[in-house]
Design a protein around this ligand. Structure first.
Ligand SMILES: Cc1cc2nc3c(=O)[nH]c(=O)nc-3n(C[C@H](O)[C@H](O)[C@H](O)COP(=O)(O)OP(=O)(O)OC[C@H]3O[C@@H](n4cnc5c(N)ncnc54)[C@H](O)[C@@H]3O)c2cc1C
Ligand code: FES
Length: 282
C-alpha cells in the first residue's frame, strides 16, 4: 500500500455486509468492507496476520486484525468484539454505512518460509480472527503446504466464531478441524475442556510442522507449555500480541514490549524471540 502523505489519514470504506458470529454482552460482529476509492481498492495489499485501525468519524478508532486472506478478493473483513465505545459503535454499522480504515499495520505470518510444512492453528475465542487469514491462505495455496489442522475452542458453542467454515472444511477434507467448549453442553459432539487440553488430545507431531496460537493470554501460556511437552522447538511456534495501540506505526510508544513495538515489530512473533523478553508474558 502506498503512503497517502499523512500516515494518520484514513481511507473511507463502505460496509458491504455484516453478520453476527456470536451473541451476548461481548458479541462478535463481522464487517465486510470495500474502499470507496477504486485506486485504493486495487492497490491495497495486506498479508495474513496484519491489522488495521478502523473507526468512525467523531467516535474513534480501534486496532483490529484483518480477518480475511488477500486470496479471498478485493475486500476486507473485520471481526469485532463489543468492548467499549468504538467497538460498540462499529457494531451499529449496517450495509451501506461508511467507516474509516488505515493500515495495513504490523508484520505478518511468514507464509512463504512455511512452504512445504504442515500447519496447525490453535485458537481461542476472538483469537481465531487473526488465524482465519492463514487458514484461508493455506486453503488457497494448498499445493504449497502439507496438512492443515485447526484446533479451536471457546467457552460455549455459541461463543465460537466462523462455525460454518469448520464444518465445510472438515466435510471437504480441506483441514482436520478439532473444536472444543469449556463447559459440557447437551448435544455437543466434540471435545469438552480447555484448548490446551484439546491440543494434548490431538497430539500433533512436531515433525516438519509450524504451530500458530492466538487467544487469551492464559490460553496462550498453557498452549506454549504443551507445545514444548509435545517437543515443538521454539522456532516452530508463532503467536501474536495485542498490546494497546494508538498510532499503529511506531511513533507514539504506546505498545512496546521490551525494546520492540508490537505495532511495527509484531503483532506476529516467533516464540524464540518472545522468550527473550520477560515483559512479553507479564
Ligand atoms: C494487534 C491487535 C489486534 C486486535 N484484533 C482484534 C480483533 O480482531 N477483534 C477484536 O474484537 N479486537 C481486537 N483487538 C482489540 C481491540 O483493539 C480492542 O478491543 C478495542 O480497541 C477496544 O476499543 P473500545 O473503544 O471499544 O473499548 P475501550 O473503551 O478502549 O476498552 C474497553 C475494554 O476493552 C479493554 N481493551 C481495550 N483494548 C484492548 C486490547 N488491545 N487488549 C485487551 N483488552 C483491551 C479495556 O481494558 C477495557 O476493559 C486487537 C488489538 C490489537 C492491538
Ligand atoms: S501503537 Fe504507537 S508505537 Fe505502537
Amino acid at each position: 500500500m502506498k503512503e497517502n502523505g499523512n500516515p494518520y489519514k484514513p481511507y473511507i470504506a463502505t460496509v458491504e455486509d455484516t453478520w453476527y458470529e456470536t451473541y451476548g454482552d461481548r458479541s462478535i460482529k463481522t464487517l465486510k468492507v470495500v474502499f470507496d476509492d477504486e485506486k485504493i481498492r486495487e492497490s491495497w495489499e495486506h498479508r495474513p496476520g496484519q491489522c488495521a485501525m478502523i473507526g468512525l468519524l467523531g467516535v474513534g478508532e480501534s486496532m483490529i486484525s484483518i480477518s480475511c486472506s488477500p486470496t479471498e478478493g478485493k475486500f476486507l473483513r473485520f471481526s469485532v468484539m463489543r468492548m467499549g465505545a468504538v467497538t460498540s459503535a462499529l457494531h451499529e454499522l449496517e450495509p451501506g454505512d461508511k467507516m474509516t480504515v488505515r493500515g495495513p499495520y504490523g508484520n505478518s505470518f511468514p507464509v512463504d518460509e512455511w512452504k512445504g510444512k504442515k500447519i496447525i492453528t490453535i485458537g481461542g475465542g476472538i483469537g481465531q480472527a487473526p488465524l482465519r487469514p492463514i487458514i484461508e491462505y493455506v486453503r488457497a495455496n494448498a499445493d504449497n503446504y502439507q496438512d492443515l489442522t485447526v484446533i479451536y475452542g471457546a467457552r460455549t458453542s455459541g461463543d465460537l466464531c466462523f462455525k460454518g467454515e469448520f464444518e465445510e472444511m472438515s466435510a471437504d477434507k480441506i483441514a482436520e478441524c478439532h473444536l472444543s467448549v469449556d463447559i459440557e453442553e447437551e448435544g455437543w459432539p466434540h471435545f469438552v475442556g480447555f484448548v490446551p487440553s484439546l491440543l494434548m488430545e490431538v497430539n500433533p507431531s512436531p515433525e516438519n510442522t509450524i504451530a500458530i496460537t492466538c487467544g487469551p493470554p492464559v490460553m496462550i501460556n498453557f498452549v506454549l507449555q504443551n507445545l514444548k511437552k509435545l517437543n515443538f522447538e521454539d522456532d516452530q511456534i508463532y503467536t501474536t500480541l495485542e498490546n494497546r495501540m494508538k498510532c499503529g506505526f511506531g511513533k507514539c510508544g504506546r505498545c512496546n514490549v521490551g525494546n520492540l513495538y508490537v505495532c511495527k515489530d509484531g503483532p506476529v512473533f516467533n516464540y524464540a524471540t518472545l522468550k527473550a523478553i520477560p515483559e512479553a508474558f507479564a
